[in-house]
Design a protein around this ligand. Structure first.
Ligand SMILES: C[S@@+](CC[C@H](N)C(=O)[O-])C[C@H]1O[C@@H](n2cnc3c(N)ncnc32)[C@H](O)[C@@H]1O
Length: 395
C-alpha cells in the first residue's frame, strides 16, 4: 500500500460563536469519517480503477467488440463488480453517517443554537427574510447529498439546525481541504482578483446560493468597502450565515432570501456576481435563466465568476463515470447533465461576449498549519482542491 497522509483532525475546524459546542465523541466520529473518506479515495479507489481495467473493460470489449464509449456504458458495466460495489456502498454509508454525526451534535443543542442566532439576527437589517420565496423543486424534491430535509427544512421556528449541521460536517467530508473555515474557494478567488486584477475595485458584489456564507465571507473581507449581497432560497441557511458572518466580525454582507432566477436588482447593479459549487444543484431550466439574470444585473466592466467541479469534456469515460457517482448515489440529480454543458455557449446565449469568456483552474487556499506534513515537504499531496473557475467580464 502507498503512504497514506491522514487528513487533519476535526478538532482543527474553524470555530466561531455560533459553531456547535462539541464533545470528544463528536470529534472522534468526524475523524473516523474523514479517515474513511481518505481511505476510500486514496487506497480503495485505485483498486476500483484496476477492476475496470483488468476485468470489466476486457469483458465489455469481448462482448461488444469495442471499448465502452461513454460513462453510461461504463456505469452499467461496473454495476456488478464487487470492488466497485464495496467502494460505492462505503462511500454512500459515509455520507449517511456524516449527516447523522452532524445531527447528533446539532439537534441536542438546537434551542441554544437558535437562541444564539436570534441574538445576532434580531433587529439587524443585514438579514432580510421573505417567507413568500418558494424553494424551487430542484432544491427540495430530494435530500441533496443525503442531507435530511435539504437546506430549507425548518423543524421549528427560526430554525438554524440544518445550517449548523452543514457547517460542522463539511470539514470532515472534504478532509479539511477547503480550509479551516471551508472558505478556500472564496479565498482563492479573492487572491486571484488581487493578483491578476489589482486595479479592479468592486463596489457591489452578489453571491447566489450562498448557503452558510463560507465562500462570500473572504470576498467581503478582501473588499471591506464593497456592499455585499448574499442570496439563498433557504431561510435556515441565511439565519445561520448572517449570525456566523457577524460572529466572525464581517459586517458588510446583507443576507437576503431570494431566488436567483428573478433578481430584484436594477440592470448593471453589481461589479461582481459569483457562485460557488452552486450550478450542479440547480436545473436545466433554471441555469440559463439565472445566467441571463446575472448578465442583466452585472455592470459594464464587471466580472461574473463561478467555482465548480470540472466539466466532463476531454475526460475519458471512466473518469466521467467516477465523477458521476454523486448523480446516481448521492442525490445530486442535475450533476450529470450539468457537467456536460458547453458553458461558453450557455453564457453566450445568456448575452455574454464569447471573446470575454474564460475558464481556468484555481487552487483552493488551504491552511498550512493544519497540514503539518504538507508544510514540511512544501507540497500539498493534492489536498488543496483544484477548482474550475469559469466566467466572463462584461463588455
Ligand atoms: C451547494 S450549495 C452552495 C454552496 C455555497 N455557495 C458555498 O460556497 O459554500 C447550494 C445552495 O444554493 C441554494 N439555492 C438553490 N437554488 C437556488 C436559487 N434558485 N436561488 C438562490 N439560492 C438557491 C440552496 O438553498 C443551497 O444553499
Amino acid at each position: 500500500m502507498s503512504e497514506q497522509v491522514l487528513p487533519p483532525s476535526w478538532q482543527h475546524v474553524g470555530r466561531h460563536d455560533l459553531f456547535p459546542v462539541s464533545r470528544h465523541d463528536d470529534t472522534a466520529r468526524f475523524d473516523f469519517l474523514a479517515n474513511l473518506n481518505g481511505y476510500l479515495a486514496g487506497q480503495l479507489s485505485p483498486k476500483v480503477k484496476q477492476a475496470y481495467e483488468q476485468r470489466v473493460k476486457p469483458a465489455f470489449e469481448k462482448a461488444a467488440g469495442r471499448p465502452p464509449q461513454n460513462r453510461h456504458e461504463v456505469r452499467k458495466a461496473m454495476a456488478g463488480d464487487p470492488t466497485y460495489q464495496t467502494w460505492s456502498a462505503l462511500r454512500r454509508s459515509s455520507m449517511e453517517m456524516r449527516q447523522q454525526a452532524g445531527r447528533a451534535l446539532v439537534l441536542r443543542q438546537a434551542d441554544a443554537l437558535i437562541d444564539k442566532a436570534r441574538q445576532y439576527n434580531t433587529g439587524d437589517d443585514g438579514l432580510k427574510l421573505d417567507p413568500s420565496v418558494q424553494v424551487p423543486r430542484y432544491a427540495s424534491a430530494v435530500d441533496i447529498h443525503c442531507m435530511p430535509g435539504g437546506y430549507h427544512t425548518e423543524l421549528t421556528a427560526d430554525d438554524v439546525t440544518a445550517a449548523a449541521n452543514y457547517d460542522c460536517g463539511i470539514f470532515a467530508t472534504t478532509g479539511g481541504m477547503l480550509g479551516r473555515y471551508n472558505d478556500g474557494g472564496g479565498q482563492a478567488l479573492a487572491q486571484w482578483l488581487k493578483e491578476q486584477h489589482p486595479e479592479f475595485k468592486p463596489r457591489r458584489i452578489l453571491d447566489i446560493g450562498c448557503t452558510v456564507g463560507h465562500n462570500i465571507v473572504p470576498l467581503a473581507q478582501a473588499f471591506p468597502e464593497a456592499e455585499v449581497i448574499a442570496i439563498d432560497v433557504a431561510a435556515p441557511m441565511l439565519r445561520y450565515a448572517h449570525a456566523r458572518a457577524r460572529a466572525l466580525g464581517v459586517n458588510n454582507i446583507t443576507f437576503v432570501q431570494a431566488n436567483g432566477e428573478a433578481l430584484d436588482y436594477p440592470d448593471g447593479h453589481f461589479d461582481i456576481v459569483m457562485t460557488s459549487m452552486f450550478w450542479h444543484e440547480t436545473s436545466a431550466r433554471a441555469m440559463p435563466k439565472m445566467l441571463a439574470e446575472i448578465q442583466r444585473v452585472l455592470a459594464s466592466g464587471g466580472l461574473t465568476a463561478h467555482l465548480e467541479q470540472p466539466q466532463y469534456h476531454g475526460m475519458d469515460p471512466y473518469e466521467q463515470f467516477i465523477r458521476d457517482w454523486d448523480a446516481y448515489n448521492n442525490n445530486e440529480p442535475f450533476w450529470s447533465v450539468m457537467h456536460e454543458y458547453d458553458l461558453q455557449q450557455m453564457m453566450t446565449e445568456a448575452g455574454f461576449d464569447p471573446q470575454r469568456y474564460f475558464e481556468t483552474k484555481i487552487r483552493g487556499v488551504v491552511d498550512r498549519d493544519i497540514f503539518p506534513v504538507a508544510s514540511e515537504k512544501g507540497e500539498d499531496h493534492g489536498r488543496a482542491a483544484l477548482w474550475t473557475m469559469f466566467g466572463a467580464w462584461k463588455a
